[in-house]
Design a protein around this ligand. Structure first.
Ligand code: GRF
Length: 203
């Protein structure tokens, strides 16, 4: 199955998916990695795995619509069955999200629906939460609002900082994201209405 991965930074989640592909665990081919930023570590990771890369700098476009159209045209050249947002830090237009509805997934570092948007780790600590985590979800027009597929939950310790919590959560991200890609590649994961289904059963 052809997959295109979008990144903006370090790409450790991309790496987890590359590792799964290279070990044969994931029946996928990453056809391209696209970043909206040049010189990020994720692009190096892709190049090291001989995956074609594109940089599309959002600052070079006069509007969000124009950027998203270029992004869409570039993604579609590779004819992916699945688009993976792995730390892609841009808000997407409805035209874009509708085009990939049911075939685009994102990972978000919170137990959604809690803490959509940024600074999720600090917000969970400030709220005095006992637990935090990460969610993989199908992408819809609502930011971090599409149907949740899988979540990982971690305890927040007494001395926790945003950095220590982010590191703890990231380890689990590297498990649940490849797992989701595997389900999708095995045709076990679908979206119907606002619900994610695994083997036809609501998650
Ligand atoms: C992850 O925490 C992800 O949940 C968030 O951005 C971070 C990306 O990390 N959306 P990486 O680039 O995969 O290392």
């Amino acid at each position: 199955m052809s997959v295109v991965v979008l990144i903006s930074g370090s790409g450790s989640n991309l790496q987890a998916i590359i590792d799964g592909m290279q070990s044969g665990q994931l029946p996928i081919q990453i056809s391209a990695v696209i970043s909206n930023k040049a010189d990020v570590k994720g692009l190096e990771r892709a190049a090291n795995a001989s995956i074609p890369t594109h940089v599309i700098n959002h600052k070079e476009f006069s509007s969000r619509e124009a950027f998203d159209r270029e992004l869409m045209a570039t993604i579609d050249q590779h004819k992916p069955q699945l688009v993976v947002l792995a730390g892609f830090m841009r808000i997407l237009t409805e035209e874009f999200t509708n085009h990939y509805l049911g075939r685009m997934i994102n990972i978000h570092p919170s137990l959604l629906p809690k803490y959509q948007g940024l600074h999720t780790h600090q917000r969970a600590i400030d709220a005095g939460d006992s637990h935090h985590g990460a969610s993989v979800h199908f992408v819809t027009a609502e930011l971090d609002g599409g149907p949740v597929i899988v979540q990982a939950k971690v305890a927040i310790d007494d001395q926790e900082t945003a950095d220590t919590l982010a590191a703890k959560v990231l380890k689990f991200e590297h498990q649940i994201f490849p797992q989701t890609v595997q389900w999708f590649a095995e045709h076990r994961l679908t979206m119907e209405g606002n619900q994610a289904l695994l083997d036809g059963k609501p998650l």
